[in-house]
Design a protein around this ligand. Structure first.
Ligand code: GLU
Ligand code: MG
Length: 466
């Protein structure tokens, strides 16, 4: 379980001694530096690095970085809110030592996610990881609930170098043995790197789109799951570079066709019991799990501003591409935004969960999980009723049929998603005013940045960003 305590000046209890011991051990293993990573509001992972010998100082006093990155756009231009976006001020990045790993794909480097606090020692309201820790803490304190989460990672592999034209590194069909053989060395090295880093891989497979692959990892507590999503991408990219390959995690590598998703799996637990299994509701869900699912569905259009935050996200969010663009749920239904997974008979008490599909890897995983948990809890608090399930592709429903079933199309543009987000007090409260305003400002900035571009140019603008 990730520590839910905020960092404090001087370091979290025990961290300084631990960092000193770790620094010695890392140096002994040939590690020269530690990458300190967080994800900004736009979904870009920003980093600082310190030499290994500075890890102890970082654990005690943090590492400086401007708060201006909270209103950076993906193209590195800057927007502002009432509070954020000015050149003033500084924040301290505190590594979470529990999550520090030696990077197998980048010899000489270790990696750790960070929380950000002010120089006065207060949590930074723009820090997504801090917000997620707060939401997880509140869920435990007020509802007695804990969560397990996993984020799938899809990516498209091109012949290198990164930043050039996308030339698929495979030619074989989707899910095919041909593709597996074509990138045999790369994917074997990838599995080795994950294993060396303690990343539990459930499966890795060639996906649908050109050059596309996917990895699924084991479920963890929500903060660790978000950290892992960042680490997985760092690893996928680093190992690819060693094979002279380039990878794109963009929601849409091209304007047409299947995109890269970042589906989130989530389950709620009480006293060690999975609420999505063994209950009296549908497919073994407890009433609470049904209400949690109903809460997710009710808020999904607004949530899209967080889970699909890029103009390119809306090139991916199209019907009949398994991206889940309708507010509907179904058991193992891959066109519903929420896929209810019961798991195999025999392991359901462990395996049952929800898969939320309209999420991509432009999303800040901390914010996405924080918001998902918040809206699910809103459903639990109001004992929200779960609508009827759907089967098949909701795209085939006529308007009347869809309305009768409560099936809504998710926003088709970032601007539309922002309007829904603005109206959603649950989401804004979950993020807090500073971050909620940053989300709105950054999304509107992204939208303005691509104004007038055709779809192919929008895809190109974000192809190598995330
Ligand atoms: N690539 C699809 C997406 O954009 C997902 C395919 C799958 O279900 O694995 O979300
Ligand atoms: Mg997939």
């Amino acid at each position: 379980m990730t520590t839910l305590a905020d960092p404090v000046p001087g370091g979290r209890p025990g961290d300084v001694e631990r960092a000193a011991a770790l620094a010695g051990e890392l140096s002994g293993r040939g590690v020269h530096g530690v990458v300190l990573a967080y994800v900004d509001t736009a979904g870009v992972t920003r980093v600082k690095t310190v030499p290994t010998a500075r890890l102890t100082a970082a654990a005690a006093w943090g590492v400086g970085m401007s708060p201006v990155f909270d209103t950076f756009l993906a193209n590195d231009s800057i927007v502002s809110t009432d509070v954020l976006g000015s050149p003033d001020g500084d924040l301290r990045l505190y590594p979470d030592l529990d999550q520090l790993v030696v990077l197998a794909g980048q010899p000489g480097w270790a990696w750790a996610p960070v929380d950000r606090i002010t120089q006065e020692g207060a949590p930074h309201p723009g820090c997504g990881r801090t917000v997620l820790r707060r939401i997880v803490r509140e869920a435990a304190d007020h509802h007695g609930l804990t969560f397990r989460a996993g984020i799938e990672v899809e990516w498209s592999v091109s012949q290198g170098p990164s930043g050039g034209n996308f030339v698929p590194a495979t030619t074989g069909p989707a899910y095919s043995a041909t593709r597996q053989v074509e990138l045999s060395d790369y994917t074997a090295d990838l599995l080795a790197a994950f294993a060396a880093q303690g990343v539990e891989v459930e499966q890795l497979h060639p996906e649908y789109a050109a050059g596309q692959f996917e990895v699924s990892v084991g479920a963890l507590d929500p903060v660790a799951a978000a950290d892992r999503s960042v680490l997985v991408r760092q690893t996928v990219r680093a190992v690819a570079a060693r094979h002279h390959l380039a990878v794109s995690f963009a929601p849409a590598v091209f304007a047409q066709g299947v995109g890269n998703g970042g589906h989130i799996h989530l389950s709620a637990w009480r006293d060690g019991v999975n609420l999505h299994s063994g209950g009296a509701g549908r497919y073994g869900m407890t009433k609470e799990a049904e209400s949690f699912t109903a809460g997710v569905l009710a808020h999904l259009p607004a949530l899209t501003a967080v889970t699909a935050p890029s103009p390119a996200s809306y090139l991916r969010l199209r019907p009949s591409q398994w991206a889940g663009v309708f507010t509907a749920w179904g058991r193992e239904t891959r066109e519903a935004a929420v896929r209810v997974i019961t798991g195999m008979s025999g392991v359901r008490d462990q395996a049952a969960n929800l898969e939320v599909k309209p999420v991509d890897l432009a999303a800040n995983p901390y914010l996405a999980l924080a918001c998902l948990i918040a809206v699910g809890l809103d459903g639990v608090t109001s004992s929200a009723a779960l609508p009827e399930e759907i089967t098949g592709d909701p795209a085939r429903f006529g308007a009347e049929d869809a309305a009768a079933r409560g099936v809504r199309r998710l926003p088709t543009s970032l601007d539309e998603a922002v309007e829904k987000f603005r109206e959603d007090a649950t989401l804004r409260d979950a993020l807090g005013p500073v971050l909620a305003d940053a989300v709105i400002a950054v999304r509107l900035g992204e939208s303005a940045a691509v104004h007038g571009l055709d779809d192919e140019r929008v895809a190109a603008a974000y192809r190598w960003t995330y």
